[in-house]
Design a protein around this ligand. Structure first.
Ligand SMILES: Cc1cc2nc3c(=O)[nH]c(=O)nc-3n(C[C@H](O)[C@H](O)[C@H](O)COP(=O)(O)OP(=O)(O)OC[C@H]3O[C@@H](n4cnc5c(N)ncnc54)[C@H](O)[C@@H]3O)c2cc1C
Length: 467
């Protein structure tokens, strides 16, 4: 059997780990399963693994249109973040106590991820360097204050306030004017993690079919999923297709699909030491179109930005695999933030889709209220850590277990909706242009146009509830 070819469009992370093991076969003919999971990313694989832990006899099939990790899970920035920066949104969803419990759970799974990788010999590059949430313009100063104040009001302290000097020295660039630090956060080599989970899933008896796209999802029970070469009759189905789920009529109005683009430099471990970025911290600025950057274990910088691309009608276009124009814009931000690294070559770039919900918290539950069709999508750019929670929640739902996970307030929650197409696509472009205009002005120390400022307020929340 073939091993996965390392296509040009693959992320730097996937190129590092592929080819690893033989590809799983594509589905041919008729199969049956207790649970069929659509999507072989973090969410699908964690769900498969947790089902097998709870009920080893359960026959679980994973159907993946590409290879496991070919989606966002093998392409992301590798930040493992909690939901503490989403505390205000969580309070709006479920009140103070449940919000704190959910944020605590999202922090606890960061540790759990590290332990799981160790216990299962997955060399996922887990590094607890923490997260620096920073300001890179005067307009961004104090973006974290509403979250900090809520934490202080609730008597929780996930963040540490740093002096401006410390922020500048730890990030290795004076462009960082202020910030706070979350020590619990980590980074991983995401493709190594997702491919490791795939390996463990296969060892546990999960049957994986790669290069197997589900073309039809009939809603009746038992469901017969149709692919190009065969079909799977399943008692329960878990939809773990991230941004690709935006084409489902039940979920379409709750997700906007945007791109996130990353560039990676050549290894420069000595230069990183010289500028002072030594702790392996993950860093973000406080723009609406957020810049996120981190170092790698071989001393590169991976620098990404969300929001340049907007998908029409929720269909993920080929340009969300790789886009030279957007990569140049991201590289421009890297050069602006790190002028001391102006000569460092950029050696790779790639892109991927983000499944953004109106409040940037995920949506999980029963598709159209059907007990046998379960979904978990809408990670909104923070899915590496939360997908560990997803595995617990979705496995409980798939097995019909009534427990602390199936009863979380995230499950079958009331959902806000985006406007219908074409208003949504056109509106998203207008808002994106307003954000670009506003943030360019702010970065240049100018006052943005009033209209740009007002329209920017219509953007969905990001990975933080910022000012
Ligand atoms: C560039 C980028 C940077 C990011 N950075 C971060 C970060 O630093 N930290 C963080 O926490 N999150 C980040 N994210 C988000 C994070 O990657 C996702 O939230 C997470 O990977 C979601 O996992 P998933 O399993 O839902 O999605 P995916 O990994 O995308 O898995 C879904 C899978 O479903 C498959 N699929 C789709 N349709 C079908 C079908 N019809 N049949 C069969 N299979 C199908 C796809 O091929 C895909 O492999 C980033 C995302 C991107 C794109």
């Amino acid at each position: 059997m073939a091993r996965s070819a390392v296509g040009h469009h693959r992320s730097h992370w996937l190129k590092e780990v592929l080819p690893d093991e033989e590809d799983c076969p594509a589905l041919v003919g008729a199969e049956r399963a207790d649970v069929a999971i659509i999507g072989g990313g973090f969410v699908g694989l964690w769900t498969a693994l947790r089902i097998k832990e709870r009920d080893p006899a359960c026959d679980v099939v994973v159907l993946e249109r590409d290879i496991c990790g070919g989606g966002a899970s093998g392409r992301n920035g590798g930040f493992v973040l909690s939901w503490w920066p989403k505390l205000a949104s969580l309070v709006r969803l479920c009140g103070r106590n449940d919000a704190i419990a959910l944020a605590r759970a999202s922090e606890a799974v960061i540790d759990e991820l590290g332990r799981y990788l160790d216990d299962h010999s997955i060399d996922g590059g887990f590094h607890r360097g923490g997260w620096l949430w920073t300001a890179t313009s005067a307009a961004q100063m104090g973006a974290w204050e509403p979250v900090m104040q809520l934490c202080e009001q609730f008597g929780v302290q996930p963040f540490v306030r740093l002096s401006p000097e410390e922020v500048a020295s730890r990030t290795g660039s004076p462009r960082h004017l202020a910030g706070v630090f979350e020590p619990a956060a980590a980074t991983v080599q995401p493709a190594a993690v997702v491919r490791g989970l795939r390996r463990v899933a296969i060892e546990r008896g999960v049957r994986i079919f790669e290069r197997t796209q589900v073309r039809r999802l009939p809603r009746r029970r038992p469901t017969v999923l149709l692919t190009a070469g065969g079909r799977v009759r399943a008692d329960k189905v878990v939809i773990a297709t991230n941004a690709w789920a935006a084409n489902l009529v039940e979920l379409h109005s709750s997700m906007v699909v945007i791109s996130s683009d990353i560039v990676v430099t050549a290894p420069i471990p000595e230069r990183l030491k010289e500028i002072g970025w030594r702790g392996g911290e993950g860093i973000t600025d406080s723009q609406i179109m957020v810049d996120y950057y981190r170092t790698t274990r071989d001393g590169r910088v991976a620098f990404g930005k969300g929001g340049w691309g907007i998908a029409i009608a929720g269909r993920v276009p080929a340009s969300f695999d790789q886009h030279p124009g957007r990569a140049r814009l991201v590289a421009g931000d890297f050069r602006r933030y790190y002028p001391a690294l102006a000569d460092v070559p950029i050696v790779g770039d790639w892109s991927g889709p983000i499944d953004r919900t109106p409040d940037s918290l995920p949506i999980l539950g029963h598709l159209g209220g059907r007990e046998h069709l379960i979904y978990g999508v809408g990670w909104s750019g923070n899915g590496v850590g939360p997908s560990v929670l997803a595995g617990k929640i979705l496995s409980a739902l798939a097995l019909g277990t009534d427990d602390e996970w199936s009863s979380l307030p995230l499950v079958d929650r009331p959902r806000k909706r985006f406007p219908p197409e074409p208003v949504r696509f056109l509106g998203a472009h207008v808002v994106r242009q307003a954000i670009v205009s506003k943030e360019r002005a702010e970065n240049a120390g100018r006052r943005p146009f009033w209209a740009a400022e007002q329209l920017s307020k219509l953007a969905p929340a990001g990975i933080e509830d910022k000012k």
